[in-house]
Design a binder for this molecule. Structure first.
Ligand code: GUN
Length: 296
């Protein structure tokens, strides 16, 4: 194996510590405690794990955590009423509605009901537009975490060829916008892309976010490239359940210059960035200077 392992777990711990230090100062100097509300509709097991973990880390960072667990039959009206209450609550600075929602709920309508200033996921159409036009916005947590890891590893990204595999609103599209904002030459690939291995083979930066276990193999990767694996897939490995990414780690690590592992790569960065976004939303809401040492 030749690649350097990008330790997202360690970087995320550092980021959470910087957030916690800011939160402590906000409390001491201004008597303000940032508050994050997480809304979970239904009983999806993976979502329950994420929401529990988000709540725990929010409290560990010194912030207020408000969890709202709603039944899978919750009506659209009840959910919108809750969002309106949270929008109006001055102790809540960030609102996250865990996705996916049950099929009877209109995801776009629900997300766009969140006050854009409290939209710590950065999914509201206003924040999407602000990001796309290079203006100050809330930036989606997973792509923001990927960008931080890339800047940490590579310094300036200007002029590099970046290939994003996956075009989701949560990761692929905002990731492409962020890389473009850092002056990469960006290609977005998806299920209809012709000759995906050949396109990936041109990339200095590969971000894989497709949700297909171990799809990207080492023979696709340009020697020395930086590989960011967003996938979290549970597979059966000889009767044992195991988490793997969208990248075949063993073969990719033979060729890449650096690679994120799964678990312990991008995953921990998502929650750390959620806390950072909540802190940012709180400082903006109170017209205080934004923390400037959170991102590399
Ligand atoms: N489901 C999977 N990833 C995410 C995320 O980043 N935010 C929300 N709200 N739901 C998700």
């Amino acid at each position: 194996m030749s690649a350097e392992i990008i330790d997202g777990k360690e970087f995320a711990a550092g980021l959470r510590a910087r957030v916690a230090a800011h939160v402590a100062r906000l409390k001491a100097d201004h008597g303000i405690t940032p508050g994050l509300a997480v809304v979970l509709v239904g009983e999806d097991p993976a979502s329950q794990v994420y929401v529990r973990s988000k709540g725990k880390m929010t409290v560990e960072a010194g912030m207020k955590s408000a969890e709202h667990r709603l039944s899978p039959e919750t009506s659209q009206e009840d959910l919108l009423n809750l969002i309106n209450e949270l929008n109006a609550d001055p102790t809540i600075h960030g609102i996250l509605v865990q996705l996916p929602l049950p099929a009877h709920l209109d995801e776009d309508l629900v997300i766009n009901a969140i006050d854009p200033a409290k939209d710590v996921d950065g999914f509201h159409i206003l924040n999407v537009g602000l990001l796309g036009t290079g203006q100050k916005s809330m930036v989606p947590c997973t792509p923001l975490g990927c960008l931080m890891l890339l800047r940490e590893r590579l310094g300036s990204l200007a002029g590099l060829d970046a290939v994003v595999i996956g075009r989701s609103n949560i990761v692929g599209k905002p990731m492409a916008q962020l890389l473009l904002g850092d002056s990469c030459t960006v290609t977005i690939c998806h299920s209809k892309t012709k000759d995906l291995p050949q396109v990936v083979g041109r990339a200095d930066i590969v971000v894989a976010a497709v949700g297909r276990p171990q799809m990207v193999t080492g023979d696709w990767i340009k020697p020395g490239a930086t590989v960011i694996d967003v996938g979290i897939n549970r597979i059966d490995d000889n009767g044992k359940s195991r988490l793997v990414g969208d990248v075949d780690f063993a073969s990719a690590a033979e060729v890449a210059g650096a690679i994120t592992p799964v678990p312990g790569g991008v995953g921990p960065m998502t929650i750390a960035c959620l806390l950072a976004n909540t802190l940012t939303a709180c400082t903006r809401a109170n017209n205080l200077p934004e923390p400037d040492n959170l991102t590399p």
